[in-house]
Design a protein. Structure first.
Length: 256
């Protein structure tokens, strides 16, 4: 039987990488606690690379987190969020596991927008996984303007993550074309702000959007003007190579 880690054990500075896909309740809480402590410390020390690395690892929670898990975390870290987790499928009203954070962390985290956005992006990921697209879209529309106003490179990966969800929700609803202008505008802003993660993600979302409506000429023209930041994301670069190869092949067929 697993035994919850002692408070002093979860304060270790080195990041714990969880390789299992299924977390025990206590293991999830130990992991998220360490992540938040590391994030707060990295922000305090202005260690931008460490902050960026922590932000990017948010994806590892997408298949393991449950509504009752996140509800406990929000109760402690973001008690005024006003989010009702009980309506999310899988919520366990009988769940009694405790979660806590040090008081000094709570006093500091209240002033750190990055921690709020990190947790709320995790919430969006949970809503998307459970196919609550309307709620996810509403949450995204609140978060994106806040990220835009902050204009911090520390949250570029979360911004890209949210635009991915935004585009996919519109695509699944059959109205993918309705978000095209927003994606193009976001891409222009990412270029002006040297947000390479945003550029990489948005280029692929825009190409996917054009392809969904057979706008291959427009897609080709976009490729010709957009410079893909190759070294930023291997996954996004692989998508880009696939999209561009397909666009160029189909365009050549049309021209012939």
């Amino acid at each position: 039987m697993d035994v919850p880690a002692k408070p002093e054990e979860v304060k270790q500075e080195e990041q714990v990488v969880i390789h299992t896909l299924l977390y025990g309740n206590w293991r999830f809480y130990v992991d998220i606690k360490q992540t938040l402590l590391q994030l707060e410390k990295a922000l305090a020390n202005k260690e931008l690379r460490q902050v960026s690395r922590i932000m990017k690892q948010i994806k590892r929670y997408k298949n393991v987190i449950q509504a009752h898990h996140l509800a406990r975390v929000f109760d402690i870290v973001l008690p005024c969020s006003g989010i009702d987790f009980s309506k999310i499928p899988g919520f366990n009203a009988e769940f009694k596991e405790c979660f806590d954070m040090p008081n000094n962390f709570l006093s500091k985290s209240a002033k750190l927008a990055e921690i709020e956005i990190y947790l709320k992006t995790m919430y969006v990921s949970l809503l998307y996984r459970e196919k609550l697209y309307g709620d996810a879209l509403q949450a995204i529309k609140v978060l994106l303007p806040k990220i835009n106003d902050l204009n911090k490179r520390t949250i570029d990966s979360l911004n890209a993550h949210l635009y991915f969800f935004l585009a996919r929700i519109y695509e699944k609803s059959g109205s993918f074309i309705d978000v095209r202008e927003q994606l193009l505008e976001a891409y222009n802003k990412a270029c002006l702000r040297s947000d390479e993660m945003g550029q990489a993600t948005l280029i692929n979302l825009i190409l996917r959007n054009y392809m969904a409506y057979n706008n291959y000429e427009a897609a080709y023209n976009f490729i010709d003007k957009a410079d893909f930041p190759e070294n930023k994301s291997i996954n996004e670069y692989c998508k880009y190579l696939y999209y561009t190869a397909r666009i160029k092949a189909i365009r050549r067929d049309y021209n012939e």
